[in-house]
Write a protein that binds this ligand. Structure first.
Ligand SMILES: [Zn+2]
Length: 476
């Protein structure tokens, strides 16, 4: 790990920060800008607007000064004189995705945690993720540096919401989490990261109710929200303690395990999920509590699929993006997962189906479901690519394409409290738009064919961004 880090420090530490307007990107980053004009018209697209409305054919979107100026049928569009017109017949446009569990590091059981200040922002943006929440970090100060660099227009990447480090009780800290063992420590760390620029904090498996309660109370005093990958605390307890959101859907809610004891993590048992009744009182009362208290839930189904045997389909673009030694480790782990003795780490087919059903049930009950990628696991689920994979898995779960896009965009913005600024293709919002070659309703896998990504009206060249990080994921 130290060798990799040293190499990273030597190879790619950013040059000294000089505040720059977004229109004056550093020359090296300027190469990724494909479209930059005050007025841009995207004509003849199929549109999924993020608000859950049915996909509309033959639409035109007019971008003006970084915002969506007008959207409607191509036949009724009045293209302003001097507009840069892109005829996009055969393409689909969706809102920029909002990745709520989008770490800027790579790693997991088999590979050291490596921060990715170069490849993660580029892969997210290239994949159509225009906003990320880091939701736990191995290098929170580097996240802040990257965020400022993006905000200053020095680096291309998504808009970033910083969460600071992982915060956990004692045990299972993966060698990189901040441990709190008293309510006072929880308050101290909440106040500290609020002052450093975190807008959310993320807790992990082993928190006690007493410490979590102190952390939530102090965070809220500073306007900071709290989410978590829970285990020692069930979702109904989390709601009662004032948490704003929870991560990972069913996988991180152990309140249905009959062996669960207060403040203790009983581990994750596929058998409990497999036998869970979605229409039963236990599940329905969780949903009622969360909905009535406006507690959001983040789906990370792509990463759980990555813990199943022979899934997801192996993609060449993933293998190409990985640092070659990390690629080898991933392929070995993937082969191991297919062996019968790997059952203890594996997500079962039946358990996975229940995870999907839980999220659909929560959504249909009126719950605010967002999504993120969580690029960890055994590796191989990458920044951005995994956010796209979530779309296909939502369709497998039974969401309509319009609902799936709503989860991936508008709902994320709502959970962040930013839906008035972005998250849907609506006049007046920031022009965060993803242009996809093909038809993601008829051919869901087309979501991989992103050609252009607009963030605040600047169009970035997706294939060029992906090509620029070849061999980098797992290194920098
Ligand atoms: Zn995570």
């Amino acid at each position: 790990m130290s060798n990799v880090r040293t190499l990273f420090l030597l190879a790619c530490w950013p040059t000294a920060a000089v505040a720059q307007a977004p229109s004056t990107l550093l020359q090296a980053e300027r190469q990724f800008v494909a479209v930059d004009a005050a007025v841009i018209a995207l004509t003849h697209v199929a549109l999924i607007d993020g608000q859950g409305t049915a996909p509309k054919p033959d639409q035109t979107i007019i971008i003006r000064d970084g915002r969506i100026g007008w959207v409607g049928s191509a036949a009724s569009a009045q293209i302003p004189e001097g507009a840069k017109v892109l005829d996009l017949a055969g393409h689909t446009v969706i809102p920029g995705m909002v990745g709520l569990h989008d770490h800027t590091f790579y790693g997991g059981a088999q590979w050291p945690y490596v921060h990715l200040p170069v490849s993660a922002p580029r892969l997210y943006l290239a994949s159509g993720v225009t906003t990320i929440r880091t939701t736990g970090s191995t290098a929170p100060y580097q996240d802040i540096i990257v965020k400022h660099s993006i905000d200053n227009g020095q680096t291309v990447g998504p808009r970033m919401y910083i969460t600071g480090p992982y915060i956990n009780g004692p045990g299972g800290n993966h060698g990189m989490m901040h441990e709190v063992t008293t309510p006072e420590a929880a308050r101290r760390i909440a106040a500290y990261w609020a002052a450093e620029g975190a807008s959310w904090l993320k807790v992990y498996n082993m928190m006690t109710r007493e410490e979590l309660s102190a952390l939530v109370e102090e965070s809220h005093k500073h306007g900071v929200k709290v989410t978590g990958h829970l285990c020692s605390i069930g979702y109904r307890e989390a709601v009662a303690l004032g948490m704003d959101a929870v991560e990972h859907g069913l996988y991180a809610n152990q309140e249905y395990d009959p062996d669960k004891k207060p403040d203790q993590c009983p581990g994750v048992k596929m058998s409990v999920f497999e036998s869970l009744d979605m229409n039963g009182e236990a599940v329905q009362s969780t949903f009622r509590d969360m909905v009535s208290h406006h507690v959001g839930m983040t789906s990370t189904v792509a990463i759980f699929e990555g813990l199943m045997a022979d899934r997801p389909p192996l993609e060449q673009r993933t293998l190409d993006a990985l640092f070659p030694p990390a690629r080898e480790v991933y392929l070995q782990a993937r082969a191991m997962l297919a062996k019968p003795e790997a059952t203890s780490v594996r997500v079962s087919e039946a358990g996975f189906k229940k995870m999907l059903a839980y999220e659909l049930g929560f959504f249909r009950a009126g719950g605010l479901l967002g999504a993120g990628v969580d690029p960890t696991g055994i590796g191989g689920v990458l920044a951005g690519f995994g956010d796209q994979r979530n779309y296909e898995l939502f369709l497998e779960a039974g969401f309509t394409p319009a609902e799936a896009i709503q989860v991936l965009s508008a709902n994320g913005a709502k959970i962040l409290g930013a839906f008035d600024r972005f998250g849907s293709v609506s006049a007046g919002k920031l022009a965060d738009l993803v242009v996809i070659r093909g038809d993601i309703v008829g051919h869901p896998a087309d979501i991989r064919n992103v050609t252009l990504v607009f963030r605040e009206g600047v169009g970035y060249d997706s294939p060029k961004l992906i090509e620029s990080v070849r061999g980098m994921v797992g290194l920098r």
